[in-house]
Write a protein that binds this ligand. Structure first.
Ligand code: ATP
Ligand code: MG
Length: 558
């Protein structure tokens, strides 16, 4: 399904009703609000497709807003990566905004709340505040500072801003209800002191808003209509609504929650992905095993595949893990008709065609498939006396149903000739190192004039003209479907798959691909989908990343 015929979901229905009734008195306005503390991952893609998709469909607006309220973790390099990844997914934002641009406005709202008796400065320790919150079954205890006068609070707030106090000396809290059934509403923290340099604003501020204070009000400032977030924020909806109301916004945005994407065999949390990077479990945020958009791009996954995947999984209220097979299906489905099929021998064994003239090379016409995109016509594939075939395509003592090469058996070389294995050459260890075969000169193109049946067709590369290359066989990053299954008691890194990358340095690919730009993608016939690595390929020595195998071999062996 394409972006112009979006699948329906409960959020889309609500938004359609907003448009119908003119509920907000302004166009549909959404935002994608990442914190610039890491690279975007496949979970974010779900949120991007949803927010941008609605704005596009309903002729509305969508902002890319950096929710940058934590000076300890944020960085410009993440802002740049996020911009690049959203654009790569194929979306254009109306405005680029920063929560940090609203700090002054948030501060003014804080003063208003204080003046209205709706917020107070609390000077308890962090532990004191936590203890005073009570529990789900028992009400909290009011802070001894809860009854400070408005002028006392205003004075303290101004001095907090002026930098008179160290970190942790005071916080600004909303004055709501210490017995509220929703614990978040028991006088939540709004501002805290942090003498830290912010990546954009430097030392301009030493008080920073907490998520709840910044998020809903930033939405309101931007005129967002529906604020879409994941289910963990369900309980935050009350404070969201309280704040936008107390701050006096007309037709304020409302929050709707949906289930976050959880994908089997990986983790989708920037904090956890950052650990993988920092601890060297992967080569970086763009390691092709990472579920980041940068990693998926380098792996050879296209934006179309990711958008089709987001569309397939849909948007629901109920959390559910998505099987890796669903994602891989979207990837294959997208690449199938998009990329050229070419030949690469990953694990080669040499064959010598003993009756083929030495020094002779024939240029065989090999039609491209798919025929329509992106290349039409054909390329020439050199055929010579010495060739490589896949080691797995030969068996010395084959079972009955093995239709590939074996002593005395005949097989078809794709686009080429029928060949018959006459003898094997072994080394001192008894391993087969070379096969001596004969070819039938009457079978060029693969058909025998006498009509004899040859079942097997295998791929091959000319030993003389094939290009030596490196092939990186990527597999699942974790060896269990839910790496976080042990919760906080365990360490998700203990479930990393030790075989998530197998590097094959001695592969050979047909020479037709050697001039292609890095990033070019192929189906290596009978092997899988691959992409020329944009970072490590060198001229004349390509490196290929396996994007995905040809079919889901995992589901079968499970
Ligand atoms: P992370 O734990 O990876 O940092 P986050 O929610 O803290 O996730 P943000 O950068 O704050 O990350 O999120 C930006 C937006 O993306 C939010 O609206 C968030 O709800 C959404 N989002 C993040 N992870 C997912 C996910 N797995 N599925 C769907 N949406 C997500
Ligand atoms: Mg976050």
């Amino acid at each position: 399904m394409s972006a112009d015929t979006p699948r329906n979901n409960f959020i889309r229905e609500l938004v359609a009703a907003d448009v119908e009734t003119g509920r907000f008195g302004r166009p549909v306005t959404t935002r994608f609000p990442p914190e610039p503390n890491g690279f975007l991952h496949i979970g974010h893609a779900k949120s991007i497709c949803l927010n941008f998709g609605l704005a596009v469909e309903f002729g509305g607006r969508v902002n890319l807003r950096f929710d940058d309220t934590n000076p300890f973790t944020e960085d410009m390099k993440y802002v740049e990566a996020i911009r690049k990844d959203v654009a790569w997914l194929g979306y254009t934002w109306n405005e680029e905004r920063y929560a940090s641009d609203y700090f002054e406005q948030l501060y003014e709202i804080a003063e208003t709340l204080v003046s209205n008796g709706k917020a107070y400065v609390d000077s308890q320790s962090e532990e004191g505040i936590r203890a005073g919150r009570g529990t789900v079954t028992s009400p909290g205890t009011p802070s001894p500072n809860r009854n400070r006068t408005a002028s006392e609070n205003l004075d303290l707030l101004r001095r907090m801003r002026a930098g008179e106090f160290p970190d942790g000396a005071h916080v600004l809290r909303a004055r709501i209800d210490m017995a509220h059934p929703n614990m978040i509403m028991r006088d939540p923290l709004l501002l805290r002191i942090r003498h830290a340099s912010h990546y954009r604003l430097g030392d301009k501020w030493c008080i920073y808003p907490l998520y709840d204070f910044a998020h809903g009000l930033s939405d309101a400032i931007e005129g967002i209509t529906r604020s879409l977030c994941t289910l963990e924020f369900k309980d935050n909806r009350d404070i969201y609504e309280w704040l936008v109301r107390e701050a006096g916004f007309e037709n304020p945005p409302t929050q709707i929650e949906f289930a976050r994407l959880e994908l089997d065999y990986t983790v989708v949390s920037k904090r956890k992905l950052l650990r993988l990077v920092n601890e060297g479990h992967v080569t970086g945020w763009d390691d092709p095993r990472m579920p980041t958009l940068a990693g998926l791009r380098r792996r050879g996954v296209t934006p179309d595949a990711i958008r089709a995947f987001a569309d397939t999984i849909g948007v629901a209220r109920k959390p559910a893990r998505v099987e890796l097979a669903t994602f891989e299906h979207a990837i294959r489905d997208d690449l199938n008709m998009r990329v050229r099929r070419v030949m690469c021998v990953v694990n080669p064994i040499r064959i010598v065609l003993t009756n083929y003239p030495e020094g002779q090379v024939e240029e065989l016409e090999a039609p491209y498939y798919p025929h329509d995109v992106p290349l039409t016509g054909s390329r020439s594939v050199p055929f010579s006396r010495e060739l490589y075939i896949e080691r797995d395509d030969f068996m010395e003592e084959p079972p009955k149903k093995f239709f590939r090469l074996a002593p005395g058996r005949e097989v078809r070389l794709r686009y080429g000739y029928l060949i018959t294995c006459q003898s094997v050459v072994k080394n001192d260890a008894g391993e087969v190192v070379e096969l001596h075969c004969t070819y039938d000169p009457a079978t060029r193109g693969g058909d025998a004039p006498d009509g004899r049946k040859v079942q097997g067709t295998i791929h091959w590369v000319s030993a003389a003209r094939g290009v030596h290359c490196e092939v990186r066989l990527y597999d699942k990053l974790f060896s269990v479907p839910d790496p976080e299954m042990d919760g906080d008691d365990g360490d998700f890194t203990s479930h990393l798959n030790p075989d998530s990358l197998k590097v094959v340095s001695g592969a050979y690919v047909e020479e037709s691909v050697v001039k292609d730009a890095p990033g070019s993608a192929y189906q290596f016939e009978r092997t899988g989908y691959f992409v020329n690595d944009v970072i490590d390929s060198a001229p004349g020595h390509p490196v290929f990343n396996r994007t995905v195998t040809l079919r889901d071999s995992w589901a079968k062996t499970k």
